[in-house]
Design a binder for this molecule. Sequence first.
Ligand code: TMP
Ligand code: MG
Length: 209
Amino acid sequence: MTRGAFIVVEGVDRCGKTSQTMKLVESLQQKNIKAERMAFPDRTTWTGQVISNYLADKNCKLNDQAIHLLFTANRWENVEKMKEKLSSGITLVVDRYFYSGVAFSAAKGMSIDWCLQPEIGLLKPDKVLFLRIKSDTQKSRPGFGEERYETSVMQQKVNKIYDKFSQSEDNWKIIDANSSFDEVHEDLLNNIVESVQNVANSNAPFKYL
Ligand code: TMP
Ligand code: MG
């Protein structure tokens, strides 16, 4: 049996990742492609609950390095589960991954190199689809500002780091997320179907960071 594809959807807060990843799983299943959604931070685990409290409470004074490592630990906690699912032929559509970890921490002033170190050894995605959105569209989305990092200054810095990734990483693809939900969905879906086929045709082994 060939493994499923490991797909990551990245982008600033309120760019549409959550609703798109949910709909993508439905559309893939309709095409008889086994697919499941995951999201980081995974707020259901113990580290996820600490992270969720930190994000909700803007006065929480947790050290930047400590929260960075908790976000990373939250990914490591899920490695075996992800490998099992992919090995059983399930394509994973993942809402954020270590790119968010690096982008948000580096936006606070931490070094990118330092931020990357604890992520080394995690599974490398087959494809990262980067939803690029104009900052005016982002600010107009309901809920913007509710969580800790949802300020214009922070989000602009994060976007710059995403731009760096999109230029330096071989697995990134920029998706224009300013058009309608359905158009963005089509674009994402076509890219994912292509990746699923590529992984299946090449019998690709897991890749690691
Ligand atoms: P969410 O809105 O997708 O649930 O993510 C919550 C916030 O956490 C979002 O502002 C991005 C940030 N984040 C990090 O700072 N580091 C990480 O590793 C991840 C996955 C998210
Ligand atoms: Mg958010």
